[in-house]
Write a protein that binds this ligand. Sequence first.
Ligand SMILES: [Zn+2]
Length: 148
Amino acid sequence: MIVFDLQCREGHRFEGWFASAKEFGAQKKRGLLSCPSCGGTGIERALSAPRLNMGAQEPARTVQKTPDMEGKDPFAIAQMLYSRMLDEVLTKSEDVGKRFPEEARKIFYKESPGRAIRGQATAEEHDELVDEGIPVARFPVPPSGSLN
Ligand SMILES: [Zn+2]
C-alpha cells in the first residue's frame, strides 16, 4: 500500500491510498478519483517539495535525516519518508474493516469519538459517504481482503 498526497483543481489536499503507484494511475485515468471536499475529479498528486526542501535555513530540522539516508538521492529519501509516513498512518489509525462506512458516518455525525480510521467500503458505499459530505479517501481493497 502507498499513500499519496493528492490535490484537486480547487487546491484541496487529501490523502489517497493505493495498492501501488500504477493503481493510482489507473484510477485517475478512469476518473475514479474525486475530491472529498468538493467532489472535483481533476485530481493530481500534490507536490511534496516543501517537505523535502533541504534548502531551508536549518536543513537538519526540515527533514528528519537519519544515517541510512546519507548519500541517497532525493527520490530515495522521498521513498523512505513516504514509507515512514505510511507506517505512522497505519499505527495511528484504527482498522474498522467492513464497518468503515458505518464508523465514518458515526464519527461525522459525532456519534463516535473523532479519530482516524481505515477500512473497507464498496464503491456504492463510498459514493454514499461522499454524497453525504463525509470526507473519505478511497483506496483499493488489497487482493487478500476481497469483499466478495
Ligand atoms: Zn476539492
